[in-house]
Design a protein around this ligand. Structure first.
Ligand code: SF4
Length: 1023
């Protein structure tokens, strides 16, 4: 408690009764929560309660898993100082989100209340897909009342889902909702209400049947359990003598009800100004209500994050805008100008300003906030800067483009940027068309994608002919829909160039192949096959270096997402996966782009994503009319007129006011993220009004457009020129005045700025290689590229074949290695080998590596036993001779670090050393291991001091045979030369393949290898 202020101390020591703490941004509420927890804990110990019981008496609820993790971490440190074992906290403490807490509570009581103990908790997207499936099934069976809908069925059902989740967040069951139906006016609305109640009830039944809970379901079930079962309720009321809840302003009515079931000693922390989750059902008034009912209400207003200059701007802007606003202030005023405002005419101009201002700051800015002693005086780095946007989905590309053309590494960490990436959209279009060839929109995207590159003019020829056929049929009074897919097989007589015709035929052939084959594969295998056979990998490899890395990293991430999707095992079909991706894209679920090694990068994120974070420099961008405050699309579907199904007009008007207020709270959250500098930027074109939020700041002295106008002056003319050029559809960078109907705007922009410098991840990442990486390059540089540069996953089809043989070879090898290492380390010199100990070591290590008991029995009898017993019998393995096992080393060649681990070093009779490398391969082949063995010798002699190494051996464990690798006279000189050549080639990105039939046959990348493929682009070039 030594560093706490008086207002914080009070919040820590007043532990009895109901206390509500209103904590402004950056006022140290986490410290208060941790210290209060510790204070309660110490008090309980003093009263003679055991540490275990004391820990279990405190329930701490956080808003996110990350916050729970941070709280645990801080407590672990503090409790260790009190000599309390870490495991007590890890196992017993109730510190989690409310969802996790309820899941734990239900599992603890599952059998008693008749629940399946292995119930699953499904995420929001899975819940929505399931809900829509239930709705469609009812519709197909004709079991729903008739209603008129003016939107796509999927959109209609997903809006009903959102409405049902609102009901669930208010703890309104289907039957209670049915009781409210008489309030709905008119038959149409009553039918709609009955339809909602019917799908809602069926959805609940489906969840129950599958033993699933959605997030609201977990809470509802817990509330139900506590209300209906007095014994269980009393047990927890007795146990949780203290309840601490963080971020109370973001609780829903259901969470509020649930959290009030436990104790008399509540401590809730929150800040109504930071409530930004109304769209998820949060009710900011919950904290106000709690404050009114509390025995003690406290406030934290002293800020420990930002310069006071920034806080004055925040207070001035929002003091009169947010009811009950409590100003915050800091003792550090800050040097220079901590707040800057820029108002441009075009978004490109604003983005250019941001990029140039970042470069300017990076050149000389030093961190100077005394409240962050650990950073004080150091140079500004890229990771210290963030660009916040109200919504990241639409405008982010313009800011990314500006950063890219100035070579500023960045990571987009929020929104659906990932799913909007062209490569992901192309792949989803390809999969969607395989799933449903009559999905015209996906088929058009696929035909225009880099796989087939069909011109727009050819596409419109296809569409026009079929539109004419449709008209003809209409005249015959026959209404028939002609999907575009039908057109792909009827190209004769169409005004389409031969090259495009070939590509269209190839597209059709590829689709037909997978219509037939798709049922043969798992989802992961299917996607891998589709991507490799469509040559998308090859297209990605042909991109310029920075873009290529980014594209391939995103494709790799796509595989990881599929794997996660399959592992969750809620859905498994291609159709479900497409629905999943569509849902993620529409919902704007946070999915960051893959990061190709650029950790020290500017962060681009949404304000929601930035909640709880802080940065030295924050740009709040795109503050323009209708974008921030955001207008449109936020009212729920039943508000399409003022007279909703179950709400009164006044309630609906209240909702609208609530939405406006939430935008102001979002502004507060964004303005309170910076520590040292806040730069607000936006635009106002001649046709637009200035954003109401921007007008809060414009009259102030911080307006800096004039100050920075020279920064953008040079670019301004170019923007205007570029604009005209883009409008005409001309590709100016190459000075080619040609039609570019197949190039999307994004590509034109990329081309326009292609001459600008960009930084590759190789330039900014430290040069460091493992021995295995160098050996991989030595064998086949192209394989190195796939594995380490692109991080491509191996073909899941090949993986499965291997796994079917037995448990993965690499896992088996690791377990054998570890067994020998640990066993040798546990023996003393001259002690006897003991077979039983070696066997039990193997079993426990295999188990630790996730191998099941049945598999362990199997592989032990079949392989491991004989390997280990023969190892003990081999006279080469004398414990007295072994000097080191699993010995790591680092050596430097030029500026590159090379890291390796030597399996074993023995002493020889001649006072020299013998390096032994274990191998569990079935086939003996020394050649790939020559380079690693030579590097081990170098590392052992030069770095570890085991000199001279007289002998290098590969120990083929399956054959119980040691094979010696020759040590040549000039080995060291040749090796150094070789390593330097490899490093040079890696840096120059020279990855020429070395094809060898036997090696290629067992290569994980044979299905995507551009050298093995007959032609780099068969779909474009062959008929
Ligand atoms: S298949 Fe052969 S050439 Fe291609 S990456 Fe693998 S080893 Fe290299």
């Amino acid at each position: 408690m030594r560093d706490l202020t008086l207002e914080q101390k009070r919040a820590v020591v007043e532990v009895e009764g109901t206390v509500c703490l209103k904590a402004g941004a950056g006022t140290g509420k986490t410290s208060v929560l941790v210290n209060r927890y510790l204070n309660i804990f110490s008090n309980l110990l003093e009263k003679g309660v055991s540490p275990e019981e004391a820990i279990e008496s405190i329930l701490a609820v956080t808003f996110t898993n990350k916050a729970a993790g941070e709280m645990r971490e801080r407590l672990e440190g503090e409790l260790e100082n009190m000599s309390l074992p870490r495991e007590v906290l890890a196992r017993r403490a109730y510190i989690s989100t409310i969802d996790s807490f309820c899941t734990r509570l239900l599992r603890e009581n599952a059998l008693e209340v008749g629940l399946e103990p292995n119930f699953r908790v499904i995420n929001e997207i899975e819940a929505k897909i399931l809900f829509c499936k239930v709705g469609k099934a009812l519709l197909e069976e004709g079991k729903l009342p008739r209603v008129t809908i003016d939107q796509w069925l999927d959109d209609f059902l997903s809006r009903i889902y959102e409405y049902v989740q609102e009901l669930r967040n208010e703890a309104i069951s289907p039957s209670e909702f049915l009781r409210q139906i008489p309030k709905a006016k008119g038959e149409e609305k009553r039918n709609l209400a009955h339809l909602i109640a019917k799908i809602y009830a069926s959805y609940e039944e489906e969840l129950k049947r599958r033993h699933y809970f959605d997030f609201s379901g977990i809470l509802l079930e817990t509330l139900h359990l506590l209300k209906k079962n007095a014994k269980i309720r009393e047990k927890y009321q007795k146990q949780f003598r203290y309840v601490l809840v963080d971020e109370y302003q973001d609780t829903t009515p259901l969470q509020d009800k649930l959290l009030r079931q436990f104790s008399h000693n509540y401590f809730v922390v929150g800040d109504i100004k930071q409530s930004i989750y109304a769209f998820r059902g949060a009710k900011p008034e919950n904290i106000e209500d709690f404050g009114k009912e509390s025995e003690l209400s406290l406030s934290l207003t002293k800020n420990f994050r930002s310069f006071n200059q920034i806080l004055k701007v925040v207070n001035k802007a929002l003091d009169k805008e947010i009811p009950g606003y409590e100003p915050i202030s800091s003792e550090e005023e800050g040097e220079g100008c901590a707040v800057e405002i820029f108002l441009g005419e075009y978004q490109e101009e604003e983005a250019e300003f941001i990029a140039q201002r970042i470069l300017q700051l990076l050149r000389g800015y030093r961190l100077k906030n005394p409240m962050r002693k650990e950073d004080w005086g150091r140079s500004l780095e890229l990771k210290d800067i963030s660009i916040l946007l109200r919504g990241i989905k639409t405008p982010v590309g313009i800011y990314e483009e500006a950063l890219r053309r100035h070579g500023i590494p960045f990571v987009t960490t929020g929104g659906t940027g990932y799913y909007e990436r062209p490569e992901i959209r192309d792949l989803v279009a390809l999969l969607s068309t395989i799933n449903n060839p009559f999905d015209d929109i996906s088929l058009i995207r696929l035909l225009r994608s880099p796989i087939f590159r069909i011109k727009n003019s050819s596409l419109s020829s296809l569409a026009t002919v079929f539109a004419e056929r449709e008209i003809e049929d209409k005249e015959k009074m026959v209404r028939k829909r002609y999907p575009l897919y039908d057109a792909l097989g009827k190209l004769d007589g169409l005004d389409i160039g031969e090259e495009d015709k070939k590509a269209i035929r190839n597209c059709r052939a590829l689709l037909e192949k997978f219509f037939v084959e798709k049922s043969k594969y798992s989802l992961g295998e299917l996607v891998y096959k589709v991507i490799s056979q469509s040559n998308y990998f090859h297209y990605a490899q042909s991109l310029p270096p920075t873009e290529r890395r980014r594209t391939l990293a995103n494709i790799t991430k796509f595989f990881n997402l599929i794997q996660e999707f399959e592992e969750r095992n809620i859905f498994s079909t291609l159709e479900d996966f497409i629905a999943y991706v569509n849902e993620v894209t529409q919902q704007g679920v946070v999915e960051s782009e893959a990061k190709p090694g650029e950790e020290n990068a500017v962060r681009l994120m949404s304000i929601h994503q930035a909640k709880g974070l802080e940065f030295p420099i924050v740009f709040l961008a795109n503050v323009k009319d209708k974008a921030f405050p955001f207008k449109g699309g936020t009212l729920p579907f039943y508000a399409y007129d003022e007279d909703s199904i179950i709400s009164t007009k006044e309630e609906m008007r209240g909702r609208r006011r609530g939405i406006d207020m939430e935008e102001k709270r979002l502004l507060y959250v964004s303005l309170t993220r910076p520590r040292e500098k806040l730069i607000i930027s936006g635009t106002k074109s001649t046709q637009e009004k200035v954003s109401p939020f921007m007008s809060y700041f414009l009259d102030e002295k911080w307006k800096v457009k004039e100050k920075f106008s020279s920064l953008i002056e040079d670019r301004r003319e170019k923007f205007l020129q570029d604009r005209k050029v883009w409008e005409k559809g001309i590709y100016p960078a190459a000075q080619r005045e040609k039609e570019i109907d197949s190039l999307p705007l994004e590509e034109i922009r990329r081309a326009v700025f292609s001459s600008y410098k960009s930084i590759s991840s190789h330039e900014i990442s430290p040069p460091s290689f493992t021995v295995t990486q160098l050996a991989t390059f030595d064998q086949c540089p192209l394989r190195y590229k796939y594995l380490y540069l692109f991080n491509l996953p191996p073909d899941p089809g090949l993986e499965r074949e291997k796994e079917e043989e037995m448990i993965e070879e690499s896992t088996f090898g690791t377990v054998i290695h570890k067994t020998l290492e640990e066993y040798i380390l546990s023996r003393k010199e001259r002690e006897e080998w003991r077979e039983s100990e070696l066997t039990s070591k193997f079993r426990s290590l295999a188990k630790a590596h996730g191998i099941t008991d049945r598999e362990i029995r199997n592989i032990y009898e079949r392989e491991a036993k004989s390997i280990l017993l023969r190892f003990l019998d081999n006279s080469e393995n004398q414990i007295g001779n072994i000097v080191r096992v699993e010995q790591p080393f680092h050596l430097f060649i030029e500026d590159c670090e090379i890291r390796g681990i030597i399996d074993r070093i023995d002493r020889t009779s001649g006072n020299g050393y013998h390096i032994i490398d274990y191998k569990t391969n079935r086939q003996k082949n020394e050649q790939p291991y020559v380079l690693p063995m030579q590097l081990y010798k170098w590392g052992a002699e030069k770095i570890l001091g085991y000199n001279p190494v007289e002998k290098l051996s590969l120990y083929w464990l399956r054959h119980n045979e040691l094979v010696t690798i020759e040590i040549g006279k000039d080995m060291e000189r040749d090796l150094e030369k070789k390593i330097k050549t490899i490093i040079k080639k890696i840096r120059e990105e020279d990855f020429e393949a070395v094809v060898m039939a036997k090696r290629c046959e067992s290569c994980d990348y044979k299905s995507v290898c551009e050298i093995l493929a007959k032609s780099p682009s068969p779909h474009r070039g062959e008929g």
